[in-house]
Design a protein around this ligand. Sequence first.
Ligand SMILES: NC(=O)c1ccc[n+]([C@@H]2O[C@H](COP(=O)([O-])OP(=O)(O)OC[C@H]3O[C@@H](n4cnc5c(N)ncnc54)[C@H](OP(=O)(O)O)[C@@H]3O)[C@@H](O)[C@H]2O)c1
Length: 326
Amino acid sequence: MAIFPPPHRKESVMSESSASEARKTRIGFVGLGAMGSRMARRLLTAGYSLTVYNRTSAKAEALQANGAAVAESPRALARGVDCIFSSLADDRAVEDVYLGPDGILAAARPGTVCIDLSTIAPSTARRLAEAARARGVAVLDAPVSGSTAQAETGKLVIFVGGDEATYRGCRPLLDVLGTSSYLGASGMGATMKLVANALLGAGMQALAEAIVLGEKAGLDRDRLLDVLSETPVVAPAHKGKLENARRGVYPVAFALSLMYKDFGLIVREAVQLSVPMPVTAAAQQLCAVAHARGRREDYSAVIGLMEDLAAAGSAGAKRESVTAAH
Ligand SMILES: NC(=O)c1ccc[n+]([C@@H]2O[C@H](COP(=O)([O-])OP(=O)(O)OC[C@H]3O[C@@H](n4cnc5c(N)ncnc54)[C@H](OP(=O)(O)O)[C@@H]3O)[C@@H](O)[C@H]2O)c1
């Protein structure tokens, strides 16, 4: 299915007829969390007609105020649109939203294209694509790399799996959100995302340990963080988290609970494929500790956890002052 560029994108040179085709492309967006709300806003701002659904309905209000229609269920949304994006927490959410009795596939017309931006297991992506195909609906797995800042500015990196011609038809839409790459059949976009997040999660654990080593060895904490941010060894995705470490607060951009979920997906995939991933597995265990301790923060809170375990940094200072008071 061809998805047309929005009516007022400056760079597109469109004839009268393609512009009117564009006006006919109706988009649905399900899941208005930290990522989805920002991506949906970009599509709306780009000029597409947008209908949204979110389980917690209050999160749809801001988009509604800017002209989006609000549907009462994924099923109701699917009735009136040509292309549906979803950005949902996990496999369970994706299954509920697509396959549930009030789900998208219960009402989507043949020819509808769905683009699932959630990070889920490749096997779930394949199962979903198959169930959809049986109803004449195409699903692309299209998880994203980048966080809320990139979602807001249209600078995400999008990994796409599914039918290639469908992907090509969707390029004008995906271009509104970032740069996309086609990876192969259904599940391959999801697989690529696990590859990227193995590096994201294990890298954050390594960064946390290195910071704690420097702190406990007597380096000035602020200077350590300043100098680290200038080195090429800290990945761009982690660099922004050094400010969290400096302040000792970890406001959610990418929730620790989602990183924990992703570690589970990665390690499960590795077990199924007999791929040893000892560093990733160790990082997963530390993430499990943070999660079990109820840290409902950004995944970079593992820095605070490691400081706590080593009684270093701001956590160490806090602990020392408590000990001194007794
Ligand atoms: N945040 C990031 O930096 C980032 C970066 C790359 C990829 N991702 C991935 O992108 C996806 C979304 O992330 P996010 O940060 O936007 O998460 P989020 O803020 O927690 O939002 C999750 C969304 O899923 C919905 N949801 C959860 N369970 C549901 C269910 N059973 N039925 C219907 N809706 C359900 C939530 O609805 P409610 O509002 O009702 O809870 C919310 O809209 C995740 O797969 C995540 O791993 C995130």
